[in-house]
Design a protein around this ligand. Structure first.
Ligand code: SF4
Length: 336
């Protein structure tokens, strides 16, 4: 279905204004679509969306929303997860090229080979994975429930943990598990939030709280470093997205350093405008997330692109691994 829109000049030099927002809302209504935006999307896209949140929370909203069409402003694996949980719905992502370096760090073929080396192992995958990888997974996890998921597994069973090496190292340290193998994957953004950055920022801002978002691939190195004592423990708050927003409203700190992708600052500053929120690394911006431009969102609503399609068997197997996680207990905030 193609819908007529206002002309392309509605997004003036890449800065969307009220006309753009009104056109987006008009097209969303015409299409009968729910607009979901990840926390790391551009501020204008967060502001125009029906719901803003982390990937799993948004996927669950996708499944329960009354609308038949979901427009997922995030990266591709997130739109896939929405499709996995809402297989009967039309799921659109404004630009299907919006990938994820962490999800791309292991392919289904690589996982098959790894599993062949450990045929009796239990495979635990962070939600930042493709649907094909999830389909080969026994239990998915988010950063906030990864420890709980691994602890639920028979201590005598070998665990294969993927794809994030920092989250894996954190889980291994907390659980003390020795029969756990960790895939050496990483997110390109988190490399910018390293120990030197954290230590320098914490030293320069001794009264500031440090919010570390554990459900973000780009923050798992920060999570690891906080656990290693690289920054003062009493200042470090390991928080999910929702927890971070709650803490923003209740913390006594006047200054907060935020170790995650910089898109999160928009929601935090809206929640607590009196607090000075500063990024640990202002360059920690995910180029894939920012591929969802205002123009791409308009195009998606107008043309019904890009639609996410999943093989039925892959989707069913992937759903089983997500449901196995939910059955264990706290689904947490969801993944990144
Ligand atoms: S910030 Fe990293 S983990 Fe998150 S979507 Fe971008 S590349 Fe993937």
């Amino acid at each position: 279905m193609t819908i007529t829109t206002a002309g392309p000049d509605i997004v003036d030099a890449g800065v969307p204004g009220p006309e753009w927002a009104a056109e987006v809302r008009r097209l969303a209504d015409l299409r009968g679509a729910t607009l979901l935006a990840h926390n790391y999307q551009l501020p204008a896209i967060q502001d125009v969306a029906d719901h803003v949140g982390d990937s799993l929370a948004l996927s669950r909203i996708a499944a329960s929303a009354p609308e038949d069409t979901i427009v997922f402003c995030g990266v591709h694996f997130m739109a896939e997860t929405a499709k996995i949980l809402a297989p009967e719905k039309t799921v659109l992502i404004p630009d299907a090229r919006a990938g994820c370096s962490l999800a791309d760090s292991i392919t289904a073929d690589e996982l098959r080979e790894w599993k062949a080396d450990f045929p009796d192992a239990v495979v635990v995958s962070y939600v930042n994975t493709t649907a094909e990888v999830k389909a080969l997974t026994d239990i998915c996890c988010t950063s906030s429930n990864a420890v709980e998921v691994v602890e639920s597994i028979d201590p005598d069973r070998t665990v294969l943990f993927l794809p994030d090496q920092f989250l894996g190292a954190h889980v291994k340290r907390v659980t003390g598990r020795t029969n756990m193998h960790i895939w050496a994957g990483e997110c390109h953004v988190h490399a910018g939030i390293n120990g030197d950055e954290l230590t320098a920022q914490a030293t320069a801002h001794p009264d500031a709280d440090l919010f570390v978002h554990p459900e973000c691939g780009c923050a798992t190195s920060a999570l690891y470093l906080a656990g290693e004592g690289a920054v003062p423990a009493d200042k470090v708050k390991i928080l999910s997205t929702g927890g971070m927003l709650d803490a923003a409203r209740t913390t006594g700190a006047r200054e907060v350093l935020v170790a995650t992708e910089i898109g999160m600052l928009h929601q935090l500053r809206r929640a607590a405008p009196e607090i000075d929120f500063q990024p640990v690394n202002a360059k920690a911006s995910c180029r894939y997330m920012k591929m969802i431009t205002p123009e791409a969102l308009l195009r998606s609503l107008r043309d019904g692109t890009d639609e996410v399609h999943l093989d039925r068997a892959v989707a069913d197997a992937a759903r089983a691994s997500v449901e196995a996680m939910i059955a264990i207990g706290t689904p947490g905030g969801g993944g990144e």
